[in-house]
Ligand binder design. Sequence first.
Ligand code: SF4
Length: 341
Amino acid sequence: MKLSRYVHFSNNPGTGKVYLFSARTCGLAELDPETEKHLTTGQLEKLPLEYQEELQRGRVLVPSGQDERGALLMSMIDAMASKRHLGLTIVPTTACNFDCDYCFEAKDQLTFMSERVQDLVIDFIRFKGPEVLSVTWYGGEPLLGMNQLRRLSRATMELAGENHVKYSSNIVTNGYLLDGDVAEELKGYGVHHAQITLDGSKTTHNKRRPLKGGGPTFSRILSNIAAASKHLDIAIRVNVDKRNQHEAIEVVNTLKSLGVYPDKVSCYISPVSPSDAGVRSPCHTNTEFADFAMTMLQDACIQGTDCYCLDQFTCDHVCYGEGCNYPEYAPPPCGTDFGPE
Ligand code: SF4
């Protein structure tokens, strides 16, 4: 066995604790110093057998001859070549009602998907003939293209019904228009999950994510989250750069006081990328963000927060919906402990 190339160690000087993070599985573990020493010096045989087995399950230890990069690549190719599952990201409109200061999308080409293009999308799905179809509604702000979303959803669901295709969808929205009625209607169109962005405190969020033409958005989004979470699963994304990183955990506290976290609403951080065109924010480098993310995970564990996951570090779980072909790829639960303690 060998240590996975995707494993990172981190010390928390405040608590003296050592943490292990696997960027392959998104697993986090608190280690005792002896276990850390054996892992970092390659003395794996000195670890108790049950730890070795546990670490193998968490893919912290992998077979000596395994080419991890190659294995990941193969699972991606496998997923791409599969006819069984089709995942589509559909943009009903490129228009948006917000003017976020780090938005990378071009604001001068506002379009709404024509009926001709919608029909071509349906033809494409028919041609691909999947068993499982998942759609992500994206924008701009997709709820501004509600007529397009309705028409396409009806046609897709009809096609899915005729061909016994398992259909589900989710939406990436800024949340401003997602009140309870809209959420209920979306649910009727097979939407089960919404991703909404909150960028910290009310003041910070309103500054970074105002309405187009000016105006606050925080309070309305918050009341929409409370109403919409009765119908949809919701994940709150916190877009983080150096201006608001200290407020990321505040979002969790806000959701807790709203009474929706963690049962109905989850939360994760994501870096604002310096490669985004038109970005006007002081971004983290990858290393800075990784350090910040580790601190967040440690704080979350110390506070007993269930999981503050990161989309930046994806596992190699190849998801085929509920009929997953690779159940053995499921990542271990965040915060799994390894070591004598
Ligand atoms: S919500 Fe903000 S980040 Fe998203 S498309 Fe609109 S302006 Fe851009």
